[in-house]
Design a protein around this ligand. Structure first.
Ligand code: FNR
Length: 190
């Protein structure tokens, strides 16, 4: 059985290393996952005043999350936290009250940075946010990627065998996690 997975890249940069990482993850994902990007590029800054009548970019974003059976967040760490554009997107997706699009979506969190800790602090913050939003998360393996340009080609090819193997393992564990969560939330399950 295949599952529709939306992935969100937490960087707006044209040269995002996290988009390169996302391409690598799509490439190594098992065939049971159909991955497509959910863009955060056109979202306005969140404003509570616009919640009940948001622009199309917001409604499209929420619909894309809701039709996904699972989510993958591929993000940099900014100043030891979640990048502003990504937090903004999550705030839109969580509202209005009672219409939290993230609820019960099995979610993987992964990120690449140029620094040695590979987005670990961002991921920790993200886990708090997603827990509050009732999104179950893949706990292990954790994936803190220190980006080396000599290892990752722009098209997502990975030249280091160990890194390739780790990313393949991560996506296979994520696919198994999605299966487990969806089987628990299937209609009729008690
Ligand atoms: C960074 N960077 C960074 N790296 C890190 O490991 N921890 C951090 O807290 C930060 N903080 C940070 C803040 C801001 C505003 C910028 C622009 C950058 C460096 C970051 O890892 C690097 O710029 C990556 O290339 C960002 O990912 P994308 O945008 O290329 O996907």
């Amino acid at each position: 059985m295949t599952h529709r997975i939306g992935y969100i890249v937490g960087s707006l940069s044209q040269d995002s290393i996290n988009r390169v990482l996302a391409k690598a993850l799509v490439r190594v994902a098992p065939p049971s996952l159909e991955l497509s990007e959910i863009s955060i590029r056109d979202l306005p800054l969140y404003n509570r005043d616009d919640e009940m009548d948001p622009v199309t970019a917001v409604t499209d974003f929420k619909k894309a999350i809701e039709k996904s059976e699972g989510l993958l967040i591929v993000s940099p760490e900014y100043n030891r936290s979640i990048p502003g554009p990504l937090k903004n997107a999550i705030d839109w997706g969580s509202r209005p009250w009672g219409h939290n699009s993230f609820a019960r979506k099995p979610t993987g969190i992964i990120g690449a940075s140029t620094g040695a800790i590979g987005t670990a602090v961002m991921q920790s913050s993200m886990r708090s946010v997603l827990s509050f939003l009732n999104a179950p998360q893949l706990n292990a393996p954790e994936a803190y990627i220190t980006f080396k340009p000599e290892v990752f080609a722009d098209d997502g090819q990975v030249s280091d065998a160990g890194t390739e193997q780790f990313l393949t393992h991560y996506m296979s564990e994520y696919a198994a996690f999605v299966e487990r969560v969806l089987s628990l939330t299937a209609p009729g399950h008690v």
